[in-house]
Design a protein around this ligand. Structure first.
Ligand code: ADP
Ligand code: MG
Length: 470
């Protein structure tokens, strides 16, 4: 088994399972012992139902097999969601000396400038998610400033708790982990805990089953920094909300920094208890919005730095122009192009080639983009010079009825929102919404001005008239 064949998905699964396992160990002795053996793991691979762990010496394979097969099996099943995994430990003859477990090597060998935290985050921080790598733009500058504020004075500033929300793929996880990475760099003794709300729930359930709740509480109430990603997940369960409420209070009383992210603002988390929402809103709530063209281009330039072959500016501009909603999708497009460039180094792809190459991402763009009703209402009010209160009122003046009904029409025809959701946001009945939509539909057939205005508003969101859903 050579290093080139490392299978990244298996490695990630292994890292998660391993971290999960280590995080459950209480005594430092136990941890040191197991870490010593784990440092002899050279690589891992998954073949169908078997998860194979290669070690650099025979004794380690033997020892791990005898003592840990069952425990790792549970953790791997837990991390992969797959049942009936078979675990094998094998001696990797080709890699007697190679060791690719840098995290552990680092911890073991680190010269000690001070105390180094023995806390193992359930999910590892991605070292590339730093403030330096985060491109600042108008869509994220407030969130970035708040994240830096929290990192500068963890636990004690007004940024505690910090709640970052925004659509998927806009950099929430990146920013949150940048706080963790920054704090870890400055003070390696801090116990920094990063995990998703889903993982928090899983761990809670697991502790309930294996070690008991007191241990869970001891663990989560003794950390210094809690980075909890995607808290919208808590909408699923009452018990976990209760448990988190208590964890939250315990940490806050000790002035420990808490950072949370979610896809919507706290107030828009429908099935989360009010007392928890009040807690979430107790510090700073910041939104990350979709990046503008300039920010998209700047992000792409940053991500393309050092790529070989070099990605021409015209290509970056094409991507920034066509993929708007999602930084993650832009990265996907960039790596697709990069593969193309290495396969056809003599061709500079023009827009025709790029359209073809990135067809799927460009198509997806329209369905991914989640226009909110507020965005529509705002944009229409701006266009017509009316205010939000007027849009939501029942005033019958034509100059207000038109923008109100037009906003209803866009919400109904260009988003996936349900009628009840739309009705709620407009503070109207279903019938009023349907009436408004119909009225605009009829007028669009005959009023070209109205149609042009609609096209302009849609264009602001990157839509065309023909993107209408039937
Ligand atoms: P979210 O958690 O909001 O879904 P992520 O933090 O996972 O999004 O970001 C998706 C990808 O986009 C990551 O690879 C991240 O590095 C990148 N990204 C998002 N915003 C920025 C930015 N402003 N600068 C650099 N990279 C960014
Ligand atoms: Mg995320």
């Amino acid at each position: 088994m050579s290093n080139e064949t490392i299978d990244l998905a298996s490695k990630e699964l292994w890292d998660r399972a391993k971290n999960f396992y280590l995080s459950m160990l209480q005594s430092q002795d136990e941890r040191s012992q197991i870490e010593r053996y784990l440092s002899m793991v050279t690589t891992v691979a998954k073949e169908n139902n078997s998860f194979i762990i290669y070690t650099s010496n025979e004794y380690a394979a033997d020892f791990l097999r005898k003592n840990f097969s069952e425990k790792f099996k549970n953790c791997l099943e837990f991390a992969s969601g797959q049942k009936d995994l078979r675990i094998e430990f094998r001696f990797d003859k080709n890699a007697q000396t190679a060791i690719i477990m840098p995290e552990i090597k680092k911890v073991v060998q680190k010269p000690k400038p001070g105390k180094v935290s023995t806390f193992t985050s359930t999910m590892p921080l991605n070292e590339e998610y730093t403030f330096d790598e985060f491109v600042r733009g108008p869509s994220n500058s407030f969130a970035l400033a708040a994240a830096m504020g929290a990192a500068n004075n963890p636990g004690k500033s007004m940024y505690n708790p910090l709640f970052i929300h925004g659509g998927s793929g806009l950099g929430k996880t990146h920013l949150m982990q940048a706080i963790g990475n920054e704090l870890k760099k400055r003070d390696p003794s801090l116990a920094i805990c990063y995990l998703t709300a889903e993982e928090f729930l899983n761990e809670y359930v697991n502790y309930l089953a294996i070690k008991g709740l007191p241990d869970f509480r001891t663990k989560y109430r003794s950390i210094d920094v809690l980075l909890l990603d995607d808290v919208q997940f808590f909408q699923r369960g009452k018990d976990i909300q209760e448990e988190f409420f208590n964890t939250f209070n315990a940490l806050q009383q000790q002035h420990k920094q808490i950072v949370m992210t979610s896809d919507v603002a706290p107030k828009d988390l429908p099935s989360i208890e009010t007392r928890l929402i009040t807690r979430f809103e107790g510090g700073i709530v910041q939104e990350i919005e979709s990046p503008s063209y300039e920010t998209r281009l700047a992000i792409l330039k940053k991500k393309a730095e050092g790529m070989n072959p070099r990605v021409p500016d015209s290509v970056l501009e094409f991507i920034a122009d066509n993929i708007k909603s999602h930084v993650r999708a832009m990265e996907g497009a960039l790596s697709k192009v990069s593969i193309y460039l290495s396969s056809f180094p003599e061709i500079i792809p023009n827009s025709e080639i790029l359209s073809h190459l990135l067809k799927d991402s460009i198509e997806k763009e329209k369905t991914i983009r989640k226009l909110t009703i507020e965005e529509i209402q705002n944009s229409v009010s701006n266009k017509y010079g009316v205010n939000m209160a007027q849009i939501l009122s029942s005033e019958r003046t034509q100059s207000i009825v038109t923008p109100r009904q037009l906003a209803m029409y866009i919400a109904r025809k260009y988003t996936m929102k349900s009628l009840p959701e739309i009705a709620k946001k407009f503070e109207k009945t279903h019938a009023t919404i349907l009436h408004g939509v119909k009225s605009i539909e009829k007028r669009l057939d005959v009023e070209s001005d109205l149609k042009a205005t609609l096209a302009e508003i849609l264009a602001e969101f990157g839509y065309k008239l023909s993107d209408k859903m039937e």
